[in-house]
Design a binder for this molecule. Structure first.
Ligand code: NAD
Length: 467
């Protein structure tokens, strides 16, 4: 396997990243801050392990099913650690562990098919699928376990090995997950490395890597794609979103308000495909704003480990600063914080659930991704105006339409320029469906069989029949 080393600063080994509890703002543990040079050995080993791992699909299936069982059994260790470093309510962490195991099971059972290809000539052509080699994965801090498994489950099922780097804000649960999954796998099939931007940048551009799969922000996605261009490795990017929810004039506000609220505020709004803007018809505007504000006021905010908490803190200080900045800018632009609009006066990174009304359409909280517990609600006069506003963005992850007449709602949803559109709910995904953002929200397809094939390359066997 090729590896290159350019002249670099001497390695500083043995450093660590402090890991903070967002409910207190205090460090409670640490993870290794690995030097980028360490990747040469790690990728080398992943390459060696690949030769055996790729050879036996049935052994892979058994290993991944065993890994799923091991993850479930370790939920009492994984879930509290996830809550501690990420902030989310404990029951959501348990749900995330469950989805992590489910994904392993789903991909364990997927197998690429063989397909005869014919153009009528006397030639027997067969399409087969082959793994790519060591895959690099880089993940963010909002769903550390679920997104890690969204990377390694399809990649390993396809016969690749993987080196995965979690966010430095949430490295611990992913490290633990890696060691649990690895109990069921041969050595070096899955390796978790921890560190920051420099480690991620080297991983994305490492010459031993054949596919780079990244989930995170758009600016980092660009940097990752630029790095991978050096080796021409395949790139899959799952990036930010600014999903709109369009409410139709026949919507029953009280009936949908809970679901709409949680579609925006779940995980403290730190969901790539959360509802990040609501468009309501002028006639219902006050009612929608009031219904969402009521839910925001009554949501129980607290540390994720407190059993009553429904909303935890924002994950980290830079993200809290961004949420605060966008909110303050919107208010300075003329928006009204119907509820919230400020930090909560307690230790940690808590921000009051915020509903913003009368927000100027060019305010950053509307045009950018706030990624926090803040929701702008905007009025519209006719449906064309609402669809145009929903589509007037460089993002294209998801969108939703809410109303009573489902056929009409579906017709409007069909006009949204995004990868997934929902009717009367938002951000519900099945393991079996493709997940692909358009425009700046992503490159490539994850999820379902498409996720498996995203980790494979076509190989054609071409044999003439007349010789
Ligand atoms: P981020 O882009 O700041 O960081 C993501 C990861 O990239 C981290 O592991 C980070 O250490 C690493 N990184 C940073 N600089 C790098 C570089 N130059 N080269 C390689 N790696 C580098 O994102 P974040 O703040 O952790 O996560 C929030 C973002 O993720 C939001 O925009 C959100 O919408 C997006 N997201 C998208 C999806 C999706 O499926 N589309 C899912 C979850 C989150």
């Amino acid at each position: 396997m090729p590896t290159t080393r350019s002249v670099r600063q001497p390695a500083t080994r043995g450093r660590s990243i402090p890991v903070l509890d967002p409910a207190t703002g205090e460090a409670f543990d640490e993870a290794p801050d690995q030097h980028p040079d360490e990747l040469d050995t790690v990728v080398d080993r992943a390459h060696t392990a690949w030769h055996r791992w790729r050879a036996d699909p049935s052994a892979r299936r058994h290993a991944l099913l065993a890994a799923a069982g091991a993850v479930e059994a370790a939920a009492p260790d994984l879930a509290p650690l996830l809550t501690r470093e990420q902030g989310k309510p404990l029951r959501e962490s348990y749900a995330e562990v469950g989805r992590t195991a489910a994904r392993l099971r789903y991909f364990a059972e997927l197998r690429p098919g063989r397909e005869a290809i014919s153009d009528g000539r006397p030639v027997r052509s067969e399409l087969r699928w082959r793994p790519l080699g060591p895959v690099a994965a880089i993940t963010p801090w909002n769903f550390p376990l679920q997104l890690a498994s969204a990377k390694f489950a399809p990649a390993l099922a396809a016969g690749n090995t993987m080196v995965l780097k979690p966010s430095p804000f949430t490295p611990l649960a992913t490290r633990l997950l890696g060691s649990i999954v690895s109990t069921a796998l041969p050595e070096h099939v899955l390796t978790i490395v921890t560190g920051g931007e420099a480690l991620g940048a080297r991983l994305a551009s490492h010459p031993g890597i054949r596919h780079v799969t990244f989930t995170g922000s758009i600016p980092t996605g660009r940097a990752v794609a630029g790095g991978a261009a050096a080796t021409l490795a395949r790139v899959t990017l799952e990036l930010g979103g600014n999903d709109a929810a369009v409410l139709l004039d026949d919507v029953e506000v009280d009936r949908i308000a809970d679901r709409l609220f949680w579609a925006a505020f779940r995980n403290c709004g730190q969901v790539c495909m959360a509802v990040k803007r609501v468009y309501a018809p002028v006639r219902l505007y006050s009612e929608v704003v009031e219904a969402l504000a009521q839910r925001a006021k009554s949501a129980v905010v607290g540390a994720g480990l407190d059993p009553g908490s429904e909303l935890g803190p924002v994950n980290n200080a830079p993200q809290l600063a961004r949420v605060e900045k966008y909110t303050a800018q919107a208010v300075a632009d003329g928006a009204r914080a119907v509820t919230g609009g400020h930090r909560i006066d307690r230790p940690g990174y808590f921000f009051a659930p915020t509903v913003l009304a009368d927000v100027p359409t060019r305010s950053a909280v509307v045009t950018e991704e706030q990624f926090g517990p803040v929701l702008p609600v905007l009025p519209y006069r006719n449906i064309d105006e609402a669809v145009e506003a929903a589509n007037d963005t460089g993002f294209g992850l998801g969108g939703s339409v809410w109303g009573t007449d489902l056929d009409r709602a579906e017709a409007v949803a069909g006009r949204l320029e995004c990868g997934t559109a929902w009717i009367n709910h938002h951000a519900e995904l099945s393991l079996a469906q493709p997940f692909a953002g358009i425009k700046e929200s992503g490159v490539g397809v994850a999820g379902g069989p498409w996720g498996l094939y995203g980790n494979l390359r076509p190989f054609v066997m071409h044999r003439p029949e007349d010789m």
